[in-house]
Design a protein around this ligand. Structure first.
Ligand SMILES: CC(=O)N[C@H]1[C@@H](OP(=O)(O)OP(=O)(O)OC[C@H]2O[C@@H](n3ccc(=O)[nH]c3=O)[C@H](O)[C@@H]2O)O[C@H](CO)[C@@H](O)[C@@H]1O
Ligand SMILES: C=C(OP(=O)(O)O)C(=O)O
Length: 424
């Protein structure tokens, strides 16, 4: 059991912080390293539980890896197994995309239904339909998908809705071979563009990454190389919201403000001072921010992964704010817990009305990564002591959370989140 985190709230956060590399870009890039026999080196990889779990799965499939500080060396000269077992895949949703890489490199793969944050239904039907549209044969039995391709994936995939994981799955499946695959209604997230840049470094030809229509031309064999992952816009956004919730001030270094337009414009409109440079963001909070409404959507809309954190922030802002999540309409596991801190929240027909006010400390629980981010933000803003349980979820996505909060002047007690303790 992970030790709870204890936060003595009510202190404005102030200081400087360097943004970590993006978990959700690192995960597909790690899987992408399966496509090549050549060594791949990734710089500045976040030391997170999700990364460790994925490395365990890659090692099971034949990857040899070594850490050198935060640099990660990966090498898969041979794929030694094409089955991704339930024990490893069930811990994290992103692991499901190893199927695309196994299909590309070995022509077959067997992968269990994935796990991940449990905030409502998260089917994989779009992944399966897309691979079938490209000519892959897939059978499902007892929660396991067995896939095989006769020729190389070829043709067009039209997604009913943009899906980050589905787009990555197809990019992986299409990366090898003499054929061409076009994705229509592809996901536009910066993590997809970063993944495409990584695949291009290996030798895959990709056009249109970051637009709704992407074409992937496979290569006969891919090379290796050294790659640096983009900064984590979700981590950066969580810290900005924590600072704004405590009415503090921060300089985020190593950020990419152009990936954060939706959040930054909300914060500016609320009355906070936001100044940006090419690789930094400075936030100076106003003492009396205005409430605002949020509709979480696909990129470049407001990110669903910042919906729980922004809800926690809005709970500290007097007035009424309406929050909807159009990507995951049931992503509201944090609502009951925020109420324990005195927040007034009404959820009706998937619209959350947040009546902001001063919060007070209580015992609360994190149920998933970003719900945990929300708990931390609310606790930092609340007067008195808050005890947060379920910190193992938070360790999946926020590296060195306690130290980073302390760096900003937060009063935080409890053991650091230890990798080996964190689990779903
Ligand atoms: C590891 C990672 O990068 N996780 C992110 C990724 O998750 P993930 O890749 O799982 O999310 P998707 O973009 O696929 O999901 C978007 C929507 O499509 C639906 N859908 C998706 C696939 C499918 O086969 N069928 C289907 O119905 C989902 O239920 C959801 O409503 O993008 C989400 C949306 O930005 C983020 O919240 C997650 O943090
Ligand atoms: C939901 C997330 O991750 P996953 O898709 O792996 O559950 C997340 O990073 O917020």
């Amino acid at each position: 059991m992970q030790q709870p985190l204890i936060i003595q709230g009510g202190t404005p956060l102030r200081g400087e912080l360097r943004v970590n590399p993006a978990k959700n870009a690192a995960l597909p890039i790690l899987v992408g390293s399966l496509l090549t026999r050549e060594p791949v080196t990734l710089e500045e990889v976040p030391r997170l539980r999700d990364i460790e779990v994925l490395l365990e799965l890659l090692a099971h499939l034949g990857t040899r890896y070594a850490w050198e500080g935060r640099t990660l060396h990966l090498h898969t000269p041979e794929i030694t197994r094409t089955q991704a077992p339930y024990e490893l895949v069930s811990k994290m949703r992103a692991s499901f995309i190893v199927l695309g890489a196994l299909l590309a490199r070995e022509g077959e793969g067997e992968v269990s239904m994935p796990g991940g944050c449990a905030f409502g239904p998260r089917p994989v039907d779009l992944h399966i339909k897309a691979l079938r549209d490209l000519g892959v044969e897939i059978h499902e039995e007892s929660g396991t998908f067995t896939a095989r391709r006769a020729g190389w994936p070829e043709g067009e995939v039209v997604f009913d809705r943009p899906t980050v994981g589905g787009t990555e799955q197809v990019m992986l499946a299409a990366a090898l071979g003499p054929t061409e695959v076009t994705i229509v209604n592809a996901a536009l997230e910066p993590e997809i563009v970063d993944f495409a840049n990584f695949l291009q470094m290996l030798g895959v030809q990709i056009e249109g990454a970051g637009t709704a229509k992407m074409t992937i031309r496979g290569a006969d064999a891919l090379g290796g190389g050294r790659y640096r992952i983009i900064p984590d816009r979700i981590e950066a956004g969580t810290y900005l919201l924590a600072v704004a919730a405590t009415r503090g001030e921060v300089l985020l270094e190593g950020a990419r403000p152009e990936h954060m337009d939706a959040l930054l414009s909300k914060l500016k409109n609320a009355g906070h001072t936001v100044v940006t440079g090419t690789d930094w963001v400075r936030l100076k909070s106003t003492a009396n921010p205005e409430p605002f409404d949020v509709d979480a959507r696909e990129y470049p809309g407001f990110p669903t992964d910042l919906q729980p954190p922004v809800t926690a922030y809005l709970a500290t802002v007097p007035g009424v704010s309406l929050v909807r999540d159009l990507v995951y309409p049931d992503r509201f596991t944090h609502v009951g817990e925020l109420a324990r801190l005195g927040a007034e929240l009404h959820l009706k027909e998937r619209v959350l009305a947040v009546h902001g006010r001063g919060l007070t400390g209580a015992r609360i629980k994190a149920f998933d990564i970003r719900g945990g981010g929300a708990m931390v933000i609310a606790a930092l803003a609340a007067e008195g002591e808050t005890v947060i349980e379920g910190m193992q979820h938070v360790g999946r996505g926020y590296e060195d959370l306690e130290d980073r909060l302390r760096q900003l002047g937060a009063v935080v007690y409890g053991e650091p989140v230890r990798l080996e303790q964190a689990a779903d």
